[in-house]
Every structure is written in C-alpha cells, then in structure tokens.
Design a protein. Sequence first.
Length: 170
Amino acid sequence: MLNGECYRLLIFRYILLIAYGCYLYGHEERSNKKDWLMFFVGINFIVLTDYLGYKPITVKYWQRTCVYAILYFLPLFGYAMRHWKNVGCRPLELLGRASYHIFFSQMLYYNYWDERVGLLVTKRWIHLIVNIVVTICIGIAFFYVETPFSRFILKRADRLELRTHTKRYG
C-alpha cells in the first residue's frame, strides 16, 4: 500500500542482496547447487512480468528490481565473489566505497534534475549515459568531500568517549 516513489527509497528491497553478500563473506566454500534454482526463478519472473504480462499480487511497483527478479543475479554475483576475489580494479573499488554516496546522489538527481536533463537530451540512450555519468561523478565527489568530515567527527567522538571513560573509572 505504498506509492511507487516511497517504495523506491526503502532499503528492504535490498535486504536479500545484503544478506547474500554477508553469507558469501562467511561461507566462501559453499556449494552452488541452489544457484541454478535461484537463477531459474529470477529469469522466469522477469519473462513472466515483462514479456508475458503477468501481474504479481505481492509486487506492485518496481517489478524489475524486486526480490524475485534479482534472484537471477545472485548466482552470478556468488561466482564472481568466489573466483575473482583476488583481482583488483581501482575504479571498481572506488565505486564500491562510494556506492552509498552515489545512491544518495541518485535520489537527489532523479527527484530534481532528471526531467530537466530529459528535456535537453531527447535520445533515451544518451539520456541514460548522461544520468549514469552525472550521478556517479556527483556521488564520488560527495564521497571525497564527506569522508574527511566523518573521520574527523568519529575521531572526536572516540576522544570524548575516552575522556569520559577515564574520568569515570580513573
């Protein structure tokens, strides 16, 4: 009973991905017997909703990014995590560290600027590329500006906690 704009912002859409990432981190040796089942369910959901007109009862908005649709991606992600974990790529590492900032930048950008950019850029594929490049650049800039402030505040809080602890317990 949520509207689409509110639903899009809520974290529970990503809980399965976060939980799966945590599971993979702790269970590197896990077998991939269930991966094919997840892949099959995810692909079938996408085919049913996007191409065959199925309207699921449980998912009203954002069907392409709901928990059922992303099941196809989990085995691919698991494979990459198991086999490519020692491969380093600085740009991807930066994107990973700045991902939360990029997410915030996307929320602001799509609420205030996307329509204006759409009026200037009429071809959809160019509009998509502009959206991706702009939100990533703004998110990375936000990451570089915000990170020193957070570190300063956390160091300050640690020092204050240490002083308070020392005064209390001598």
